[in-house]
Design a protein around this ligand. Structure first.
Ligand SMILES: [Zn+2]
Ligand SMILES: [Zn+2]
Length: 244
């Protein structure tokens, strides 16, 4: 056991290098774990007690037949092959998603990506995604926010799953208006043609994991997925932190 003074100094020094506080609730952390989230937050963020539709990630009842989608997506054309969520847009996950939309939320966004990766890893025994792509922000919104939160989430996922992160396969060519008070049809109209493929080589023939923070009607993910397909992707699987 080192001298108490040395011990204290050592802890003070490492605390300065590694501030052991949870990025979400600021609880003190005694164990400098891989993600800067406390065990209580990790449990709350990763516990999704509902069954979900494999096609659109909506909550479904225990007896719902989801072989061709759920009542919410069955009649919709979706241009992605599957959708996985970390959880419902509620409670601590909602708080986290709101936090990463702010300036300097990137460390939290990446930490959320890391814990999401653990769930995603269990989804595919084989033939899982080969490349990770974030849903791009329009440059104007990126400029005001300082970063693309979906890209930081995607980086956390890609690092944990040891997959390449491709950020320039698709481009958002026009900003989409705030999507909160519009109908599903209006949302689709708002995002139609908002994304364009840019590089073909990065995704051609590959299974892509397309990452975003929130999925509401799926219109944005669908429009982005269409662009990724045009860029030559063989499959597009959507991963969202929170489903509204
Ligand atoms: Zn916490
Ligand atoms: Zn569905």
């Amino acid at each position: 056991m080192p001298h108490p003074f040395l011990r204290r100094t050592w802890f003070a020094a490492t605390d300065w290098v590694w501030p052991r506080a949870c990025l979400l609730c600021e609880a003190r952390m005694t164990d400098p774990a891989a993600v800067c989230l406390c065990p209580t937050c990790v449990t709350a963020l990763t516990t999704d007690s509902h069954l979900t539709c494999p096609r659109c990630s909506s909550t479904v009842g225990p007896h719902t037949d989801t072989s061709a989608g759920c009542p919410r997506c069955r009649d919709e054309v979706v241009r992605f092959d599957s959708a996985t969520r970390l959880g419902v847009y509620d409670g601590r996950l909602r708080e986290a998603v709101l936090r990463i939309k702010q300036v300097a939320g990137d460390a939290l966004a990446e930490a959320l990506g890391t814990i999401f990766a653990l769930k995603l890893r269990q989804k595919w025994e084989k033939d899982g995604p080969q490349v990770v792509i974030p849903v791009p922000l329009h440059w104007r919104r990126r400029l005001t926010r300082g970063y693309n939160q979906a890209e930081s989430v995607a980086r956390g996922i890609a690092t944990e799953l040891r997959l390449p992160l491709v950020t320039r396969a698709v481009r958002r060519v026009r900003p989409t208006p705030k999507q909160t008070a519009v109908t599903a049809t209006e949302r689709r109209r708002n995002v139609a043609g908002a994304f364009l493929p840019t590089t073909l080589a990065a995704v051609k023939g590959l299974r892509v994991l397309l990452v975003d923070d929130v999925l509401t009607t799926g219109a944005t993910a669908d429009a982005a997925a269409a662009a990724v397909r045009t860029a030559g992707a063989a499959q597009v699987h959507v991963a969202v932190l929170a489903h509204r």
